[in-house]
Design a binder for this molecule. Structure first.
Ligand code: C2E
Ligand code: MG
Ligand code: MG
Ligand code: MG
Length: 291
């Protein structure tokens, strides 16, 4: 059961369910209680340019369970989405992320964005864009500091509604990113109609770059299309030096992954922010930077 899994794992590792059957360990009532009891937390993972410049921090939701410890979203996000709990949880995520961004003074850091994941159920709310803009005002953050991340599946659920919300946000300066790009429900047909700023190359493509030669033309196509459409490209799941070198051959893009940093708590990020801002990434002198 989950308790023995916790003991086997050791205390200092995040709980990550390994099988699909484990994803229901949290009931909707558990998640309501977790929100009420302030057990949700945000971890953050940095994004860097190829030159090692900090470009963004992605907020990643965690549940601090009294028994399991820090739990990652695969254990609860689908339950939250099926039961609409994602709506109040998502509203909390947005405000907490912007609050933390304000604490760090992100608005004074040139071009560093707070990146927030958004679910389909959230964007289906008619007042979604209005609520995002209200959260920005409450936290006194400029819209240009915020990037929201949606998957193609989220957009595909109701393209007309997504377009209304995204246009409203984009007009105010909020950036829009497509997460896990190319994985499913391709939105190529509407890509030119939606105000998209960033394409995020899915982790599975990055992982397969070395092992599966057939993946290369797909990633090349994403990069070249993104470049032509003047979009920012972020490669996610960058774990090794080899990943960086393989990606560098394909063109200019931003990088995010365990190689640079795992997602970390507010406190840990606070400690590392200064060195990241000054361009010291992992204490190495940017071996992937050819110029
Ligand atoms: P995502 O938005 O695609 O986030 C990237 C996931 O990949 C994160 O998992 C991150 O910890 C993990 N990751 C980052 N770098 C690496 C790497 O180098 N190697 C490997 N193996 N993994 C890496 P996490 O934090 O467990 O989040 C999983 C998913 O849960 C996210 O995928 C996102 O779809 C969803 N999620 C997270 N936070 C939120 C949230 O606040 N709201 C909503 N609606 N969804 C969220
Ligand atoms: Mg994301
Ligand atoms: Mg992703
Ligand atoms: Mg992904």
């Amino acid at each position: 059961d989950m308790y023995s899994a916790k003991r086997r794992r050791g205390a200092d590792q995040d709980y990550r369910p390994s099988a699909a059957g484990e994803t229901t360990i949290f009931s909707p009532a558990d998640l309501d209680a977790a929100l009420e009891n302030r057990q949700f937390q945000l971890y953050y993972q940095p994004q860097f340019s190829a030159q090692g410049k900090l470009r963004g921090l992605e907020a990643l939701l965690r549940l601090d369970d009294p028994i399991l410890g820090i739990v990652t979203p695969d254990a609860f996000i689908s339950v939250a989405e099926r039961n609409d709990i994602i709506i109040p949880v998502g509203a909390w995520v947005l405000r907490q992320a912007l609050h933390d961004a304000a604490q760090w003074g992100l608005q004074a850091m040139d071009g560093v964005r707070m990146v927030v994941n958004v679910s389909a159920r959230q964007i289906e709310q008619p007042d979604f864009a209005g609520d995002v803009l209200a959260a920005l005002r409450e936290c006194e953050m400029p819209a240009s500091c915020l990037e929201i991340e949606l998957t193609e599946r989220t957009i595909a659920r109701d393209i007309a509604q997504a377009m209304i919300q995204l246009n409203k946000l984009h007009a105010e300066g909020v950036r829009i990113s497509i997460d896990d790009f190319g994985m499913e429900h391709s939105c190529l047909g509407v890509l030119h109609k939606l105000p998209i700023d960033t394409l995020k190359i899915d982790r599975s493509f990055v992982r397969a770059l070395h092992s599966e030669p057939a993946v290369l033309p797909i990633v090349e196509a994403i990069v070249s299309m993104g470049k032509t459409m003047l979009k920012r490209i972020v490669a996610e799941g960058v774990e090794t030096e080899e990943d960086i070198q393989a990606l560098a051959k394909l063109g200019e893009m931003d990088l995010q992954g365990f190689y640079f940093s795992r997602p970390q708590s507010f406190e840990v990020i606070s400690q590392r922010l200064e060195e990241w801002r000054s361009g010291v990434v992992m204490g190495v002198s940017r071996p992937w930077n050819s110029d």
